[in-house]
Write a protein that binds this ligand. Structure first.
Ligand code: ATP
Ligand code: MG
Length: 581
């Protein structure tokens, strides 16, 4: 198929009918949406039943639920019924260990089939699933296992020896470690495979209420120490509904989510939401590589792809010609989350993939997508989109000691949500005070600054902590970063405010160049002039070239670290910092 033909085909396929969509939106209520779930046979709601068991009892029984590609390209498939049986067995393993309702089960694993079995099996047993990044060092692992009172850990023998063994004594709650693979289990651990083999195949899900705790997610630690956000079984309603509206997921989709399974996106949209829709999910264990990623899209005939700005920027760095060497005709919808998506990337997507990239916004705390560019609507490049059906958002400010909504369309304020959506977090673990502080005068305060245009689209300005005050102007790093990204030599940017006695703070940019650009003095001068022309007074005064901006493992530029390094201050909590080899 020629490139133009693909583009036309995709353009046709991607847009559901706008009128239908508006209708669905206008009549939406969470209560009514509940009928899209099946519920437990005896009443109650359990995520595992919605994600797996109900499909295994119907026409999707033999359909492939998971296609896991390991680093060597070897594929393991699990059907919905296969996943039902495997997760039954794992739930029985937990039961035999005396691990029950509310007990925490963590994974320290890459993208392997056992991770998915553990996640679903754990919530099936009404225990609580807590994913950890497999690349965490020993201290971040220990801290989270301790904070989460984790009783069971599923990991590999190698990771156990490197990250857990020496600190095991300081983790009295950690009673059981199950290690995957064929290697003999290290002392103090048990073989996952053997435990599974001797476990029974049948399991009846215990009574589960929508308010029972199901998941424990640690935030990305972009702004400081990660917090443990508590989520409940009822969240699955939001997972399901938002995946339909914001990712346009349908049962016949082949879906690929590139988020690390250690992060909330890797669970909400990397495990549960897609399974509730009965799709075939692609899991790829390899690290980022532009050729490799295009190959996955092509070979697996991925139709819906959920990824992150930093990954898209890396693809952009490798050029617009590369994707044209692959057949991406199956791909019909691309979405992104985690960080602001620069308009330049949306435009690049249109040109290089023949598809726009749909940005959406949410947080670990919100449990599911809250604001999104919809398939049926025109994208506004640079905007996060509009609130999901059933979600009421607002821009608020503090006035006379009260939090009030800002009605002025262009005014910048804190992005806030009306509490009550089903996937709202129910606590920060061991930090009730902080949880209570997030809810003020009928709003949940997100800590992000944004504005809303007259059509109701939300525009991200920056995290409240990252916003720069320069000579009386309020500068959002995102705006400055997006402008610099328009320069053809620039691949990625992190912007900070640097204290200055005269103007308060000056804007400083750290710039990663595209593959074919050289970091010369001339280019630096050119970039400063380029910024000044577009941004005026809030343009960066200083630019440093940096090919390795610090990122969190969930792919966010860590601006606070850039700032600490610049000012020679302590780096603070760097447990989620990604170390690139
Ligand atoms: P921590 O709370 O530990 O500092 P974090 O806020 O990065 O870390 P997450 O919950 O993973 O942890 O990320 C949510 C945040 O990511 C949002 O509050 C917002 O700042 C940013 N974010 C997510 N999606 C978008 C988006 N589409 N546009 C802009 N920012 C986004
Ligand atoms: Mg946060």
């Amino acid at each position: 198929m020629g490139w133009e033909a693909i583009r036309k085909r995709n353009a046709g396929a991607v847009r559901p009918n706008l009128a239908d969509y508006e209708q669905a939106r206008a009549t939406f209520s969470w209560d009514a949406a509940r009928s899209q779930l099946s519920g437990l046979p005896g009443g109650g709601l359990n995520i595992a039943h919605e994600a797996v068991d109900r499909h295994a009892a119907g026409p999707l029984r033999e359909k492939v639920a998971l296609r896991c590609r390991d680093r060597g390209g070897h594929v393991t498939e699990l059907t919905y019924d296969g996943l039902r049986v495997a997760t039954n067995r794992f739930a029985n393993v937990l039961r035999e260990l005396g691990v029950g309702k509310g007990d925490r089960v963590a994974t320290l694993l890459g993208r392997v089939p056992e991770l998915y079995v553990t996640a679903v099996g754990t919530v099936k047993n009404t225990s609580v699933y807590a994913p950890l990044f497999s690349a965490f060092g020993p201290e971040p692992v220990r801290e989270r296992l301790r904070l989460g009172d984790v009783r069971v850990l599923v990991t590999t023998p190698q990771l156990y020896r490197k990250r857990v063994e020496q600190r095991r004594d300081s983790l009295p709650a950690l009673e059981h470690v199950l290690v995957i693979g064929d290697e003999p289990a290290p002392p103090g651990t048990r073989s996952f495979t053997e435990a599974m083999a001797s476990a029974r195949e049948d399991f009846t899900i215990p009574p589960t209420s929508p308010d029972d705790m199901a998941l424990l997610h640690f935030t990305s630690g972009t702004t400081g120490k990660p917090k443990g956000a508590v989520h409940v079984h009822g969240a699955v309603l939001a997972h399901h509904v938002t995946a339909a509206f914001a990712l346009d997921l349908h049962v016949d989709d082949v879906y690929w989510c590139t988020a690390d399974p250690g992060w909330v996106t890797g669970t909400s949209y990397g495990i549960f939401a897609p399974l509730t829709h009965g799709v075939t999910m692609i899991v790829d264990a390899s690290d980022f590589d532009a050729h490799g990623w295009y190959e996955v899209l092509q070979d697996e005939r991925v139709t819906v792809w959920y990824t992150a700005p930093t990954a898209l920027r890396m693809l952009m760095r490798s050029g617009s010609e590369l994707p044209k060497r692959y057949d991406l005709a199956a791909l019909r919808f691309v979405a992104s989350v985690g960080e602001p998506l620069n308009p330049e990337v949306v435009v690049w997507g249109q040109e290089a993939l023949g598809l726009p990239v749909h940005d959406n916004w949410w947080q670990t705390e919100t449990g599911a997508i809250m604001i999104s560019n919809y398939a049926a609507e025109d994208i506004r490049p640079g905007s996060m989109g509009r609130p999901m059906p059933g979600v009421e958002a607002g821009i608020v400010t503090s006035e006379g000691g009260r939090v009030v909504e800002v009605r002025d369309p262009e005014a910048v304020g804190e992005l806030a949500l009306r509490p009550g959506w089903p996937s709202m977090f129910r606590g920060y673990l061991h930090d009730d005070a902080r949880y209570a502080k997030s809810f003020v005068d009928g709003w949940y305060l997100t800590g992000d600054l944004a504005r809303r245009d007259p059509d109701g689209y939300y525009w991200f300005v920056g995290r409240a902590d990252d916003v720069i005050k320069s000579a009386g102007h309020l500068v959002g790093p995102f705006e400055v970063e997006s402008v610099l990204m328009e320069h053809p030599c620039v691949a990625e940017v992190g912007v900070i405010g640097k204290p200055d006695p005269l103007v308060g703070e000056v804007v400083k940019a750290f710039v990663t160049l595209r593959a074919d650009s050289e970091p010369t003095e001339q280019l630096r001068t050119e970039l400063i002039a380029f910024g000044r022309k577009r941004l005026g007074a809030v343009a960066p005064k200083e630019i440093t070239f940096d090919q390795h901006l610090p990122h969190t493992r969930s792919g966010k530029v860590m601006r606070r670290l850039l700032k600490a390094r610049e000012l020679g201050l302590p780096e603070g909590d760097t447990s989620t910092l990604e170390v690139r080899g």
